[in-house]
Design a binder for this molecule. Sequence first.
Ligand SMILES: *Cc1c(COP(=O)(O)O)cnc(C)c1O
Length: 463
Amino acid sequence: MAAKKPIKRSWAEPFKIKVVEPIKMTTRAYREQAIEEAGYNTFLLRSEDVYIDLLTDSGTNAMSDRQWAGMMLGDEAYAGSRNFYYLEDNVRKYYGMPHFVPTHQGRAAEHIISRILIKPGDFVPGNMYFTTTKLHQELAGATFVDVIVDEAHDPVNAHPFKGNIDPQKLEDLIKKVGAKKIAYVSMAGPVNMAGGQPFSMNNLREVHALCKKHKIRLWFDATRACENAFFIKEREKGYQDKTIAQILKEMCSHFEGLWISAKKDLLVNIGGFLATRDEKVYEEASNMVVVYEGLHTYGGLAGRDMEAMARGIEEMVEYDGIRARIKQVEYCGKQLEKYGVPIVKPIGGHAIFLDARKFLKHIPQNQFPAQTLSAEIYLDSGVRSMERGVVSAGRDPETGDHKYTELELVRLTFPRRVYTQAHIDVTVESVASVHENRKKVRGLKMVYEPKYLRFFQARFEKL
Ligand SMILES: *Cc1c(COP(=O)(O)O)cnc(C)c1O
């Protein structure tokens, strides 16, 4: 007799459901009309017409009872709200940054920091790009330069830290343009556009040393920093016994400052902030925030929003919570692989990325395979996903042609604490069905193109 295998022990969510929100089930005929009216762009669907909404994990989190209770404690004073001071305490305690200004969301903080640190003609190197981050850097007059490791551009490379910066690429840029022309190094983790891939602490240390040597500022897009911390704990030697909070603090210690969108890690629906240890930058930021957001003690937020953020910071570093989130994503990815669906590897922190190039081999990139696939999944089941490929990348400002990215992906993004394992199963079965019938799928043509961040509002027709 073969030796008995030990019983597998599963993880589960460290919470139970207290309030439910009904969702609408629709027919294929209904969805055909809905997606056509939305110009085959899932951003233009009404959320009411969506069954399982995996468009984004931004601001779609379920708050805890403790956060909701905190909403009732909003101190809605124009100036000096109690909730502001509680949030400030937690930014200091968990991110280790002495100064901070709240903003209404992440891109507002990106706007402010880009305007402060960038002079026209400067360069901003970063580990791949994020849409709003890069746009604000460009609007302030900088040229963004991707210095991520080559592995990040290969969807099947299993490197555990595909979010790393390639120090050689960074040094080459410094040699080419001179350190004075580099406004700051912009580091994010996990890297969304690479498939939710983390950077390692070791890489961060190396980048920090390089920046220090050349007197270049190092800034952190810490929007998903806790997910990055979780991967460091799981994959990097020496971190197994550290807490998420300790790893987060250590990561932040390498940066001069950071910005976040609270709509991700912080488990709330709106908010953001800018935090720094540089007093001069703080002074300028608190001047600018008054112009664009509101007084520096509310920055476009209600007191109750800041209270929910402050409480969210305490919850985001809980190991069981972050583990349940990341393991749910992993569960989805592993199920999809069983059906032979091509996905980006390793499986990332917040989302599964379908490799649309492989999925729809017969559709050329100028017929938007990822956009097409995203629409097909909605048609099949009412599951909403998002394009992350040539439409998201926009146009090359010099040639005017599409930027033909190596990665042509569809993202299934998991809101925190919202969906159950059964929802994941339904999603997997739908994607697998579309995959089985993939040869019949036709591409799209773009019929309307906005000037900025075109993926949000572009419209398409079936070819
Ligand atoms: C969401 C996000 C932003 C932008 O934040 P918003 O709150 O959507 O304005 C910036 N960087 C990263 C890494 C993000 O995930």
